[in-house]
Design a protein around this ligand. Structure first.
Ligand code: NAI
Length: 230
């Protein structure tokens, strides 16, 4: 275990392995659960076991972002959780613009879990005039043309894009004009945005395909392993 002193400033060389960042989210979820259960410390072995990875991998990941462990103690749950939240920027509440108040947009709006992860949908934007001025789950719907003006006054820093594919690029352009530099894109299109804008795309179809692949593999393996009947 390493001596813990340095803050989580991130890697000095600027290169962040994507897989490690994915695991950091899992560490954070687990640490939050431990904190709710009142556990104060955890070793890399326990953390690794909980997430089905090796303790060496846990230490490697966490060392990459800062020195968190204490000899003979392990990791202090709250300290590591706070450091990871600071690293993700979720130690504050991000105000999020939801663009597209259709089936998906409304479902996302109704999900209360975002707030506990540091995200609040501060305003909804849609092109349909029938929705303007309405409140959905307590959040006002505005004309999407007002996004640049309202992003500044409401402090909207991220956007969730849930409009039909054919409208996605024009809506993304408005989001970019609004000075928002992070888009969670649900539309099945590759968005063209300036380099300064980060886009994370969500594709449940892709996830389902991967799930089907895994189930297929397991079925094939268990069929191959089963003794053949004479
Ligand atoms: P929907 O048709 O129910 O809602 C779309 C909403 O966007 C409507 O309220 C419409 O007025 C609004 N809209 C259209 N053009 C706009 C624009 N330029 N600016 C602002 N608002 C605009 O569609 P639904 O079912 O909610 O799907 C939304 C998007 O999410 C689609 O692109 C769909 O393919 C995608 N989707 C993605 C999933 C994923 O796993 N990534 C899962 C489900 C849907």
């Amino acid at each position: 275990m390493q001596k813990g002193k340095e803050p989580a400033n991130g890697p000095s060389d600027g290169a962040t392995p994507k897989a490690a960042v994915g695991r950091l989210s899992l560490y954070l979820r687990h640490l939050e659960a431990l904190q709710r259960a009142g556990q104060e410390t955890i070793s890399s072995t326990q953390l690794g076991r909980a997430l089905e990875i090796t303790d060496a991998q846990v230490r490697k990941d966490l060392t990459y972002f800062g020195q968190f462990g204490y000899p003979g103690v392990g990791y202090r749950v709250q300290e590591l959780r706070d450091a990871l939240r600071a690293l993700f920027g979720t130690n504050r509440t991000w105000q999020v613009a939801l663009v597209g108040a259709g089936n998906l947009g409304r479902a996302l709006l109704g999900y209360r879990g975002f707030r506990s992860h540091g995200f609040a949908i501060g305003a909804v934007f849609d092109s349909d005039p029938k929705l303007h001025g309405k409140h959905l789950h307590g959040v006002e719907v505005y004309d999407v043309a007002r996004l640049p003006e309202l992003a500044r006054t409401l402090g909207l820093a991220l956007a969730v894009l849930a409009v039909p594919a054919e409208s996605a690029q024009s809506a993304a352009d408005i989001i970019v004009d609004a000075g928002i530099v992070g888009i969670l894109n649900f539309a099945p299109v590759q968005l063209r945005v300036p380099d300064v804008v980060a886009v994370v795309s969500v594709d449940l179809g892709l996830q389902l395909e991967q799930l089907a692949f895994l189930v297929n593999q397991r079925t094939a393996t268990s069929t191959a392993d089963s003794p053949s009947t004479p």
